[in-house]
Each structure stands twice: as C-alpha cells, then as structure tokens.
Design a protein. Sequence first.
Length: 163
Amino acid sequence: MVEVSVAHLGLDRNTNSPVVILKEREGTGVLPIWIGPAEASAIAMEMQGVKAPRPMTHDLLKQVLVGMGATLKRVNISAVKERTYFAELLVQREDHVYQFDARPSDSIALALRLQAPIYADASLLDQTAADSSDAPTPPALDADQLRQHLERMDPQDFGRFLP
C-alpha cells in the first residue's frame, strides 16, 4: 500500500462524469477514480471548506465515529474488479480495529473530514500518467461549479460513471 492524497477533482471530458485523481505522496503515480455526483459534491465541499447548513451523510458518519470514541485510522483502496474500485475503512475503537467495506468515493469524503490517511494498492497506480506532460487532466471544479454542473444534469446521466 502506498499513501496517496487527493490531487484533483474535476470532470472527465469524455463522459462529463466527476473524477477524483489521487496522487502518491512520495512518488509520481496517480489513480483516477470516476465517482458519482453526490460523492463529488461531498469531496468538493470539504476541499473548499464549505459547510452544509445540515449534516450531510459523510458529516453524520464523522459525528457518529467521533461520538462513539472511534477514529478512522486509514482508508485502503485495495482493488479494482470489472472497472469497480473497492475500499476499506479501518476504524479503531479502544483496542479493537474494525474493517468496513466501502466505496472509494465515500471513503475519500470521510477521510478528508477526519484528516485520515488514504492508501492505495501500488498495483492500481498509473506511473505513466504522472510522468507524461500530456496526461489528461480533468478541468478543476470548485464546490459552486460542481453544484451548478450537477443541477444541469439529466437524471438519466446519473448511471453513466464508467471510465
């Protein structure tokens, strides 16, 4: 496992779908993960420091964990099968560590809120994209731009999030 951070959040130019780009902290590898609009909004809001007037799902989970005296030790993005990424949350409470299956997008949104480290299996990282000067980079969006984009989308678009 290699520690990564959120390097970029934007839209895939080909599919017009949200994509989060993770980058190695101590290297050049990158991992693009296509995500849903709600999760993209949750990540963008946290990255921009925007707080919703009422707790969103990821904020609620943060409150539950903190309220129970638990900590998010780390997020592991562990595998990809049939173009679907898999992640686990490692949550510690007292002397026990619990592992929960989760979507990477939800895991990232929660890790950002709890300042927990994110790790990815080294085999998932694309070394060539980070080394290439013409690697595709989705256009960056702030929380307001993403919200406006999502408001313009047709509900039928919400099922189209494949790379």
